[in-house]
Each structure stands twice: as C-alpha cells, then as structure tokens.
Design a protein around this ligand. Structure first.
Ligand SMILES: *[C@@H]1O[C@H](CO)[C@@H](O)[C@H](O)[C@H]1NC(C)=O
Ligand SMILES: *[C@@H]1O[C@H](CO)[C@@H](O)[C@H](O)[C@H]1NC(C)=O
Ligand SMILES: *[C@@H]1O[C@H](CO)[C@@H](O)[C@H](O)[C@H]1NC(C)=O
Ligand SMILES: *[C@@H]1O[C@H](CO)[C@@H](O)[C@H](O)[C@H]1NC(C)=O
Ligand SMILES: *[C@@H]1O[C@H](CO)[C@@H](O)[C@H](O)[C@H]1NC(C)=O
Ligand SMILES: *[C@@H]1O[C@H](CO)[C@@H](O)[C@H](O)[C@H]1NC(C)=O
Ligand SMILES: *[C@@H]1O[C@H](CO)[C@@H](O)[C@H](O)[C@H]1NC(C)=O
Length: 670
C-alpha cells in the first residue's frame, strides 16, 4: 500500500526540451516536487502536500513551476491553448470564517511583489489593474472584498491584471446542462476540490470547472470569452498564490497537472496524498466508559481552574468572546508590545482612552493600540460585537483593525500603525510640515472613497459619526486613511437607525443631530463638508479664538462666495500654489455638503462624481441654513453628559479655549 502510494507520488514527467509543455504532480514528494520554486510561507510537507499558507494572519505563499513555458507562437504571436487541473483544499482557522483564498496563476515572474489579504499575493495597490502586469489568474476566494466588487465570500473568478474579476460565479458545479442542476460547493469546507482551467485558443474562451469528485462535470462553472494573446507574454511561469488576512485559512494543493496545446493529464483524488483527517472515534463500550470518566475528571479539574482563575485573574475569556471574528490578542502580548503601556509609547489621548505605539513581539510589526476603559460589561459586550463587523471592513483608505483584546473593564483595539500621524497636525496653527494642494486633494479623494465604501460598499450601512481632520490618518506614503470606528454603529440596510445618543465633534455635527439624535449617511456628509473646507482653508470649522463673524468657517466661506471672491479663503500657507478648478470644486462642494437641510446634501456617490469632475456643481449654490450651534449647544452638552458609554471629552471645549481635537489618535500632541 505504502509502496503503491509512493510510486504514485514519484510519478512525474519532466519533458526533455528546455521549454517544457507538460507538468504532472500527483503529490509533490520526491524528485521534481521539491523542485517547485517556493516563496513566502509556502512549503512542501513531508506527506507531499503543497501548503501555500498556514493559518497565520496576513501571510502569503507562492509556488511556481521552476521553468517558464512558451505560451505563444513565435511567428504569429497567438496564445496557445492550455489546460490545467489541480486539487485544492482550504481549511479555515475558524469554521465558516475563511481568508482570503488561493489562485491559479500565470505570471511573468516567479517573484511577485505583492500584498497578502485581498490582493491574494498576486498584485499590490500600486500595480493593480495595470495592463503591463501581464497577469492571468483564476481565484478561489473565500472572503468578500467590496473594494474589488466580490460577489460573495465563496466564489471562483477569472482575474486579468486586476483582482476585480472579469467574470465570477458562486462556487458550485453543474450536474447536468440546465441552470437548475447547479450544486453549491463550499470552498473552505476543508474537503478536496478538483478544478480545471482550460483555454481554447481557436474559440478564444476560458472555461473553469470545479467538482468535489474526480469526474469533470460537462458544463463548466465559468466560460469567459477572451483572447489571451495580448495578455500573456511569450514566456510565462505557472503556479499558485495564496494569502491570508485578519481571518486566515490554510491553503493546500494536493496534485497538479498542466499541458500546453492539449488536455491536461487527469488527476484522481483517490491517488493523491490526503490531509490527516480528524481522529477516529472509539467504538468500544469500555473505551467509551473510560473516556467519559476521564472527561468528567477533566471537566472537574477545568472547572476548578476556571473558578480559580475567575477569582485570581480577570482575563478570562467568556463564551461570547469566542464568537467574535477578528484576531483576539492576549493581554500579555499587547502589554509586551507597548512595553507595559509606558507613557513613552503614548501617541495620543482623548475622551475614549489612550493610544499607544507598539511592536508585536512575534511578527515585529508596528501597531497602534487603543485602550478604552469601561466599567459595564453589558456595554462592552455590545461594543465588541460591533467590532466583529468592523473587523470585516476592508478598504485601502480605512485604518485596518487588526484585532482586539479584553481584560476586565479594558478593551484594547489593535490597528495598523500610521507613520505620518493625523491630518490636523498638517493643517492648523503653525504646522511643521505643510501639505501641497496636490497632496491635500489626494487625501480628500481617499477619505471620500472610504466614506462611500462605508455608506454603500458593505453589507450594512456604516455611519462613521466622527469624520474630522484628527480622524484622518496618513500612512507612510501620505495616503489618507479614515480611522476610529469607535463611534460607528451599524444598522442594516433599510432598517431605521435605532440609536438616540448623539456623538461626534462640535463643528462637524450636522445641525439636525442634537434635535433628532439620529446619525445618518447625510450627517457624515455634513462632517465631510466641514473637512473639505478646513483642508482648503487650513482653518478649523469652529475657531473660538476668531472674531465672532469669522468663528464659523462655513459662514466665512459663504460670505466670500457671495462676494465672488471665494479664492480669498484658500489657505495662505499654500502661497497661491494650487489647481484653481480643484480648489473651487472643493470649496463649493464643502458649502453644498454643509447645507443645514439633510435632504439638500449630496450622497457620497454624488460627491465622488463631483470630485472626479464627472458631474458639474450647480452654478448657483443655495445659502446653507444657519447651522445654529448657539441654540443647540447647551442641549447638546446635556445629552453628552447623560450618555453612558460615549464619553466625549467635552470639558476642554470652551469659548476661550481651542476646540478640542477630541481624539487625536496618532497625533503628536500629548
Ligand atoms: C529541477 O527542475 C529542472 C528544470 O525542470 C530539472 O532540469 C531538474 O532535473 C530538476 N531537478 C530535480 C532534482 O528534480
Ligand atoms: C506559519 O508558517 C510560518 C513560516 O513557516 C511560521 O513562522 C508560523 O509560525 C506558522 N504559523 C502557524 C500558526 O503555524
Ligand atoms: C505558429 O503560427 C504559424 C503561422 O500561423 C503556423 O504555421 C504554425 O503552425 C504555428 N506553430 C504552432 C506550434 O502552432
Ligand atoms: C508593486 O508591484 C510592482 C510590479 O510587480 C513592483 O514594481 C512594485 O515595486 C510593487 N510595489 C510595492 C509597493 O511593493
Ligand atoms: C503601469 O505600469 C507601468 C510600468 O510599471 C507604468 O509605467 C505605468 O505608469 C503604469 N500605469 C498606471 C496607469 O499605473
Ligand atoms: C478585465 O478586467 C480588467 C479590470 O477590471 C479590465 O481592465 C479589462 O479590460 C478586462 N478584460 C477583459 C478582456 O474583459
Ligand atoms: C446555493 O447558493 C445560493 C447562493 O449562493 C442560494 O441562493 C441557493 O439556495 C443555494 N442552493 C442550494 C441547493 O443550497
């Protein structure tokens, strides 16, 4: 049996010519298997299984056939037909929660300079969608990324030079010809799935087929008409790529065949190496009895330990916490990362708690750890279940939540570290560094696309509730990323926002909020309008130190607008160096968004069109209604004081003091 198996595993054809035309691996053990070019965390296990990633977070793995294949006819430049078949297994870290997927890959290089998570180890944020990538991939994706318009968290897609699939379908296979014969398949089931990728150059069509058995279904899952000649180069490498994100899966390839200009040799699942399954159940009664005695004893001991720990140490993981998706860090790990929450590591402090810089001990990655103290377990529980949803938000212009930890009344949130701190420190008073108009406009676009994603891109409408300069963080490349979802509450599409607490920061608060207490996408747009004006003017929306008539920025801009001198308000620090069309768009859009009537504000989708110049702003703007901070203000403060959980730092606001940048998350100020 063993002999038979190993002879299968060793069965491998390497063609004689230097340009091979066929690959056959039934398991990757022995002569040719160890020969695969592996990158990242990919490895060949001793049982001959190719493991592209394990279930560590945010890793990627590549495995390519060592030599390149000739994919095109040298004389007429037409891509050859090709065919490939492979067996894959995806085992998620937690049942039902997988991330991110694997891809059959044809690339110009074996050394892809790519990112993990939603990029599947194929591309990075700067080359995505570029025709010069010459990348063809078939993705088996187990996470839904709205950035790339994924249809669900269990799909197969054809990707050309991008991760926005050209064609995709929920994973499944057809029993017969009709649409009704489709059977669903769960990619992350931990069971082997056989896949076929066939390109027919005479018809110019790609077929992708998957099946839980070795028999190839007649009707493919996907048939995408495309001529690959312009996409492929003459010499290309073939292999696999996989990546994990916050949620992780182990990605395996059990066997692989590939053929240029002909059908790939068939694979038989029964002859391929198998993942060690779960341990066998004991059937004998005796064993059963002794096992249950043992279990009983163990339970007693565990219960004892539990009770002991419960009293000795409050870092006990409660059942509800286990249901929370994103990575749960241990308190010890975060304590170590921040050197025991030392003051030296403090990045900023606000009404919600403190933010520390940290270095995760294992991966050495820089993170920002936000520590929120709270004494009601109930409130914390609600809050943490929101984190489960927030952890699934993914967009390049959001500060990514990496994980969390709870200990007694402390909640610790771990975020990507943003090297350049928050936007406010580049705008107000006398900033050390001044952003050029080009950089400012880029940040505005970044924040707009993040908000559009929150409002329309996720399965639920997410209201940020606290859009402001100090919540816009700048990464190492000065990309704008929206942070602090501490205030965001989620509600289902179409459902009524059910909260009555008012949270936010004065000056960015839509006037209807103190009245209705209901945050809506439109109140985020109001705050975004305030942000637009402050970025263009370099002034805070409320400047308490200024003369009464200049105190409210939007009034000031409106005045100049009606006098036809809108460029007067542009930040002097720019020294007149700006694109006039863009500045005028931003200022007018700022006024439009600052309208006191929620119905008159544009949606984020319209805002994007205006910013992209795809739609023109109205020539004549209507006067924004008086935002009326004066009347609403006292009432508003009362509502804050009486709110139990949303502790805002209101005390530092006063007419003769600075408006509180209430949560300078990564700001340099202390
Ligand atoms: C590794 O691959 C190369 C190219 O396919 C082949 O020539 C060589 O014999 C292989 N080496 C081993 C040890 O299999
Ligand atoms: C995953 O693989 C990497 C590299 O081989 C290793 O450092 C890490 O500890 C592994 N993680 C797990 C969870 O096994
Ligand atoms: C390459 O193209 C030429 C011209 O169309 C054709 O004659 C030749 O047979 C092709 N070669 C292969 C290997 O398909
Ligand atoms: C992105 O990929 C391109 C092409 O592979 C590479 O040149 C570039 O250095 C990569 N950028 C980053 C930031 O990794
Ligand atoms: C595509 O990539 C090429 C080469 O890396 C680069 O010169 C070009 O600017 C890129 N195009 C876009 C639209 O990013
Ligand atoms: C595939 O999608 C990419 C990016 O979405 C697009 O640029 C390209 O034109 C599409 N190709 C085909 C053949 O549809
Ligand atoms: C298959 O999945 C789709 C959604 O992807 C669902 O609508 C359909 O009911 C499922 N069919 C079966 C037989 O489970």
């Amino acid at each position: 049996m063993l002999l038979q198996l190993s002879s299968f595993l060793l069965f491998l054809l390497i063609p004689v010519s230097s340009q091979p035309s066929q690959i056959f691996y039934a398991g990757f053990k022995g002569v040719g298997g160890n020969n695969m070019t592996l990158n990242g965390v990919a490895e060949i296990e001793h049982n001959g299984i190719l493991k592209l990633t394990n279930d560590s977070s945010k890793v990627m793995g590549h495995a390519f056939y060592p030599t390149a294949f000739q994919f095109k006819n040298s004389s007429d430049g037409k891509a050859f037909s090709f065919s490939s078949s492979f067996a894959l297994v995806i085992v998620p870290e937690f049942p039902k929660l997988g991330g991110h997927g694997l891809a059959f890959t044809i690339a110009t290089t074996k050394d892809l300079k790519a990112l993990p998570s939603q990029y599947l180890g194929l591309l990075n944020s700067s080359d995505i969608g570029n025709f010069s990538n010459h990348l063809f991939a078939v993705e088996f994706d187990t996470a839904q990324d709205f950035e790339f318009g994924d249809i669900n968290d269990n799909h197969v897609g054809i990707d050309i030079n991008s991760l926005a699939s050209n064609d995709s379908a929920p994973a499944g296979y057809y029993n017969g010809d009709g649409d009704s014969s489709k059977q669903n398949l769960t990619l992350k089931s931990g069971k082997p799935i056989l896949a076929w990728v066939d390109y027919d150059s005479s018809q110019s069509v790609i077929h992708v087929t998957i099946s839980p058995s070795s028999t190839k279904p007649k009707r493919p899952l996907l048939s995408f008409p495309v001529d690959l000649s312009p996409i492929l180069e003459k010499s290309m490498y073939v292999g696999f790529s996989a990546s994990t994100g916050l949620l992780a899966s182990s990605h395996y390839i059990l066997g692989w065949s590939f053929q240029i200009d002909g059908p790939a040799p068939p694979l038989d699942l029964s002859t391929l190496p198998q993942l060690p399954g779960p341990k066998k159940k004991h059937t004998s009664l005796m064993v059963g009895v002794s096992v249950s005695c043992f279990v009983l004893a163990l339970c007693t001991i565990l219960f004892g330990i539990y009770m002991y720990r419960r009293y000795k140490n409050a870092d006990v993981i409660e059942a509800w916490e286990l249901e929370i998706g994103p990575h749960r860090y241990s308190y010890q790990e975060l304590k170590k990362a921040t050197k025991g929450f030392k003051d030296k590591e403090l990045l900023g402090q606000g009404g919600f708690g403190s933010v520390y810089k940290g270095t995760l001990p294992k991966s050495k990655t820089l993170v920002a750890v936000k520590r929120i103290s709270h004494d009601s377990n109930q409130g914390l529980r609600e809050f943490v279940s929101e984190i489960a949803s927030i952890g699934r938000l993914r967009h390049r212009n959001l500060v990514q939540l990496l994980g969390w930890c709870r200990r007694r009344g402390d909640l610790l949130l771990v975020y990507d570290f943003m090297a350049n701190g928050s936007l406010d420190k580049y705008l107000f008073d006398d900033p050390e560094t001044i952003l050029s108009w080009e950089q400012r406009f880029k940040v505005i676009m970044d924040v707009a696309s993040a908000l559009l994603y929150l409002h329309e891109g996720f399965e639920q409408v997410v209201i940020h509730r606290d859009v402001k300069a100090s919540n816009v963080l700048l990464d190492g490349e000065l990309n704008g990323r929206l942070g602090d979802f501490g205030l965001a509450r989620l509600y289902d599409h179409g459902a009524n926002p059910s909260t009555t607490r008012v949270v936010g920061t004065l000056g960015y608060l839509a006037p209807e909020l103190p009245r209705t207490g209901k945050a809506t996408p439109s109140s985020d747009v109001f705050a975004f309008g305030a942000l637009l004006l402050e970025v263009a003017c370099g002034l805070r929306p409320l400047e308490p130190k200024a003369l009464p008539e200049d105190m409210v920025l939007v009034d000031c801009v409106w005045k100049k607008y009606t006098q036809g001198r809108i460029l007067d308000v542009v930040d002097r620090k720019l020294n007149g160096d700006f694109n006039e069309r863009e500045v005028v768009t931003v200022l007018k859009l700022g006024l439009l968004c600052s309208n006191g009537a929620p119905g008159s504000r544009p949606s984020m989708r319209q805002v994007m069109r205006f910013l992209h110049g795809e739609a023109g702003l109205p020539d004549e703007l209507r006067k924004p209604e008086d935002v009326g901070y004066q009347e609403g203000f006292d009432e508003f403060l009362h509502s804050l004081e009486s709110s139990s959980f949303d502790q805002m730092s209101t005390s530092s606001f006063g007419r003769n003091r600075d408006v509180d940048a209430s949560f300078p998350y990564f700001a340099n100020t202390r």
